[in-house]
Design a protein around this ligand. Structure first.
Ligand code: ADP
Length: 499
């Protein structure tokens, strides 16, 4: 096993990886930008190193600096988390060329799945069903029109290098195709530096289901069942659960076997996710994410398997110590992504200092967070602050548990998406399992048009009073000490570039 590991990420996923590594007895090394000096992941790690200014292009995306820190700090391995450098093949090569272990698949597997058109070709060759469409980038708008006519409207233009729902355009008729082709290409170019676009049949209201796989170096590949991620906004997931309310055991078996075949086709190693659209009992390959995903905890809760620990163990050369037949599912898990966005105001990003924070706990509740009281939420990074995850014997009980957990969560100082999630948990179609990717289009208004509840107003009022008392107390302490209320213990801890 490794002695030390560098975590090339921030926020809740960096904290999650630090926890997994610590349980394995591994020393943890964090990196951070100037905006993150006092971030929870920095405080949680054994050591931390400053890698640059706030913008991620100058810090969390600086692979060269991160590899340099890893070498100086004596790290054996680098875990990329998700986002940032997780799916950048040149970074993986850089890590391996420096003699370090990358916790994840090979650069070749990432490249094979990173270009969606190439991935489609490979999956078709492996016998995996894909959404009808083209498997080569479109040369121009005329070619897009011709392909769309063959497939039949509505179609979806998609960026070959896509991710995060960027560079995607629904096209209802041939009159719209020219401008949609231009704008999808431009958005893809600015987001990914690559304007290649292809076209798929736009399915009307499918569900988004995905299969988690784990593969060790010897080629043993298992699947850990599905996650349902149909509650989305602008093709971005908001709520995830396992198992899906609709999948039968036979369908799970077929989809799982397909995901394993997809992983084997690229000699996949580590934890990965094969995403599908599911409609009327049929499923179609969408893409493979060659990294740990935000929603991995729901799978951990229903299978009892720690995915992040397994990522590390596989990277260290361990073989899986269980087979497909050993994987079983228990109960139901739901995750809500808590973002610093204001659901009552079109999910506008919200910034500010977290003045007050109460974290839900109690039976069956898990909080994977990257925030703390006093922490400043800026606009430099992804707005996801934390995830509330619950586990209960049944879907109904899990929904009730999530409602309870969300009412315990109190954040003052920044708007969050929590009130939206609370309303989803109370909405009749969600409770009945009637979901698809258009759920928010149907229910968005009732879920986002609200005034703060009396309870929420009481929390803000109470927090304001308590904060004022605390400030008064702090002022009198400062007068006595004539100095820094934090003390000097911080300056000596870790970091060759200082903190
Ligand atoms: P990204 O990599 O940008 O996240 P994906 O291919 O994973 O893009 O798709 C993200 C979401 O977009 C899906 O969960 C689904 O909601 C929607 N989507 C993608 N392809 C289709 C399609 N062919 N028909 C309908 N919806 C689609």
């Amino acid at each position: 096993m490794f002695t030390s590991i560098l975590i090339a990420n921030r926020g809740e996923i960096a904290v999650r990886i630090i926890r997994a590594a610590r349980e394995l007895g591994i020393r943890t090394i964090a990196v951070y930008s100037e905006a993150d000096r006092l971030a929870p992941h920095v405080l949680a790690a054994d050591e931390a190193y400053l890698i640059g200014p706030a913008p991620s292009a100058e810090s969390y995306l600086r692979g060269d600096r991160i590899v340099d820190v890893a070498l100086r700090a004596g790290a054996d391995a680098i875990h990329p988390g998700y986002g940032f450098l997780a799916e950048r093949a040149p970074f993986i090569r850089q890590v391996r060329d420096a003699g370090l272990v990358f916790v994840g698949p090979s650069a070749e597997a990432v490249e094979a799945m990173g270009d969606k058109t190439a991935a489609r070709r490979r999956m078709i060759a492996a016998g995996v069903p894909v959404v009808p469409g083209t498997s080569d980038p479109l040369a121009d708008a005329a070619e897009a029109r011709q392909a769309a006519e063959e497939i039949g409207y509505p179609v979806l233009l998609k960026a070959a290098a896509g991710g995060g729902g960027k560079g995607m355009r629904i096209v209802q008729s041939s009159a719209e195709i020219e401008s949609a082709f231009g704008s999808a290409g431009r958005e893809a170019k600015s987001a990914f530096g690559d304007d290649a676009v292809y076209v798929e049949k736009y399915l009307a209201g499918p569900r988004h289901l995905e299969i988690q796989i784990l593969a060790d170096r010897a080629g043993t590949t298992v699947h850990l069942g599905e996650r349902e991620c149909s509650i989305q906004r602008r093709h971005q997931k908001l709520v995830e659960e396992a198992p899906s309310a609709v999948l039968t055991a036979d369908e799970r078996f077929a989809m799982g076997a397909t995901a394993v075949a997809a992983g084997r086709a690229v000699q996949y190693e580590g934890a990965g996710t094969v995403e599908f659209l599911y409609q009327h009992g049929a499923f179609y390959f969408l893409e493979m994410n060659t990294r740990i995903q935000v929603e991995h905890p729901v799978t951990e809760l229903v299978t009892g398997i720690d995915l992040v620990q397994w990522q590390i163990r596989i990277a260290a050369g361990e073989a899986l110590n269980f087979a497909q037949t050993d994987v079983s599912f228990r109960g139901h898990a739901i995750e809500c992504r808590i973002t610093s966005e204001d659901p009552a105001n079109s999910f506008l990003p919200s910034a500010g200092r977290i003045e007050w924070l109460e974290i839900p706990s109690g039976a069956g509740v898990r909080w994977d967070g990257g925030i703390a009281r006093g922490y400043e939420i800026g606009l430099h990074y992804d707005p996801m602050l934390a995830k509330v995850i619950v586990h209960a014997p049944s879907r109904e009980l899990a929904i009730d548990r999530m409602r309870r957990a969300l009412t315990e969560l109190r954040v003052v100082g920044v708007e969050t998406s929590a009130p939206f999630h609370l309303r989803v948990m109370e909405e009749a179609d969600f409770r009945a399992g009637k979901l698809d990717i258009l759920y928010l289009d149907r229910h968005g208004d009732e879920l986002t048009d609200f005034e703060p509840s009396d309870e929420e107003l009481r929390v803000v009022a109470l927090a304001t009073v308590l904060l004022e008392e605390e400030r008064r107390a702090r002022r009198s302490i400062t007068r006595i000490d004539h100095g820094d209320a934090l003390g000097s213990g911080w300056s000596g801890r870790g970091g060759w570039t200082g903190r």
